[in-house]
Design a protein around this ligand. Structure first.
Ligand SMILES: [Cu+2]
Length: 476
């Protein structure tokens, strides 16, 4: 029997019809293949200041774990292609929706671009059979780094991202700091979680005993080669729909953090392990001193539904030597907002509420509101070029990764403990309530360049689809 795919009833039927034929012909499934050399997503680069691409979203067959698997994907690739643009470029994405009976749209997570019209506008509804073209102008002063794209149509986000509809966007800048990093061999690693049964990806909420595994660029436990003495730049992207990652730097290797989400650190910061929320990215420099193979693991973290088990993600393999590389000179490029006047202070509370009539799923709320009840109102109206301080609180037993669209924020403190250094993110986890005290994170943010309406939300996409999102706007 072929597993049904991706929850919505109408869509699941359609997908199963096409793919059960492929499964009966032996075209789908089989055991995943491990131990292949790391295969990075195809990179499409801007030329002459422009990048125009077409994404076709459909029920399709993608290579996942080295075998054919039925799922939903952009251009039949999970993850989708990596888009590489430079400051000042024009980026156009023609988003063709061939998904069975399901609306979609597109969000450029972390990009500092306009949220309105054909920009990074997540209020767009592009029904099945429709094509919507997004157009973005990358500012001349955009922060260079690692961003990503994924669908953002409320109530369908979890299904589509969990199916594999996501990919990376790299913004390049011709600065001395960025040029200094170009000398390191750079590897892109996109982490996505799939549960594959009978050759088909199991959708969120569907029952299956198949193992839920984290894949790297669609591969299961690939091999990353690195020479003795070499320093590599690894771009790690947790594009899983709902799960945290805690990546351990194994004994025999050293790692230094140089980027959190899109944002460069002011120096290479030594790290032993990294907790990466869903949607979070980390860019690290790594050196492997020990000979032979070392497994890089996702190590256990969290409790209850959020608990993650131990899993080997990939193997770091030493092959050959090169002349010793040194760490780069970096400097502080992100503004420290802690000394600046605050125009507005707000508290934004993440909580849960009872299920709506006819539902068994609890509601996930921001300031006691379900996303659907905001209408044309906004949780906050911020003035362009002002700094606001927000206290994000959490009265539940789970972590909620807070994300705000179109620009990053500075993390000031977590549970009252001040953050050392200048730490920018576009997604930060708010700790759970402990001993009756809500978890809390204080952030500061200056709204620049763009006015318009966009959203804040929890990046556990199941929570977002069940209400944990709110509209905000920036006005002149
Ligand atoms: Cu959440």
């Amino acid at each position: 029997m072929t597993a049904m795919v991706i929850v919505p009833a109408a869509a699941a039927g359609t997908l199963a019809v096409g793919l059960s034929l492929a499964a009966s012909q032996g075209a789908l499934g089989g055991e995943p293949i491990t131990g292949q050399a790391l295969n990075e997503p195809d990179v499409v680069r801007s030329k002459g200041g422009r990048l125009e691409v077409t994404f076709t979203a459909k029920s399709t067959i993608a290579t996942i774990g080295g075998r054919n698997v039925g799922t939903w994907a952009y251009n039949s690739m999970a993850p989708g292609p990596t888009l590489e643009v430079s400051r000042g470029d024009y980026l156009q994405i023609k988003n063709v929706n061939l998904l069975p009976d399901q609306p979609t749209n597109l969000h450029t997570h972390g990009l500092h671009v306009s949220p309105i019209g054909q920009g990074d506008n997540v209020f767009v509804n592009s029904p099945s059979g429709n094509t919507f073209t997004n157009k973005y102008k990358i500012p001349m002063d955009h922060i260079p780094g690692q961003y990503w794209y994924h669908p953002h149509r409320h109530m369908y986000v979890n299904n589509q991202v969990a199916a594999g509809m996501a990919g990376v966007i790299i913004v390049k800048a011709n600065t001395p700091e960025e040029r200094a990093l170009e000398r390191y061999r750079t590897r892109q690693m996109v982490f996505q979680q799939f549960q594959v049964q009978d050759g088909v990806v199991v959708g969120p909420g569907q029952k299956s005993t198949a193992p839920k595994l984290t894949y790297v660029n669609g591969q299961l436990q690939p091999v990353v080669d690195i020479r003795r003495g070499e320093i590599q730049r690894w771009r790690l992207a947790n594009l899983q729909a709902d799960s945290f990652m805690r990546i351990q730097v194994p004994a025999g290797m050293k790692a230094w953090l140089i980027g959190t989400d899109g944002n460069p650190t002011s120096r290479p910061i030594p790290v032993d392990s990294m907790l990466i929320p869903p949607a979070g990215r980390r860019t690290i420099l790594v050196r492997k001193d020990a000979a032979g193979d070392i497994a890089v693991q996702n190590i256990p973290w969290g409790a209850g539904l959020q608990a993650i088990p131990q899993q080997d993600l990939f193997t770091a393999r030493t092959s050959g030597t090169r002349s010793e590389q040194s760490l780069p000179q970096m400097r502080a490029t992100m503004p420290d907002l802690r000394g600046t006047p605050v125009a507005n202070s707000r508290t934004v509370q993440f909580s849960m509420g009872p299920p709506l009539p006819g539902s068994k799923t609890p509601q996930f709320l921001i300031n006691d509101m379900n996303y659907d009840s905001w209408g044309s109102k906004n949780l906050a109206s911020m003035k362009l070029n002002t700094v606001e301080e927000w206290t994000l609180t959490n009265t539940t037993e789970d972590y909620h990764p807070f994300h705000i669209h179109i620009q990053p924020f500075q993390v000031v403190s977590i549970n009252g403990v001040p953050v050392k250094g200048v730490d920018y993110r576009d997604t930060v986890q708010i700790p759970p309530m402990a001993n009756g005290v809500p978890g809390r994170v204080v952030i500061r943010q200056r709204y620049t360049d763009f006015t318009g309406r966009f959203v804040i939300h929890c990046h556990i996409l199941f929570h977002e689809d069940n209400g944990m999102m709110a509209p905000v706007q920036v006005v002149r």
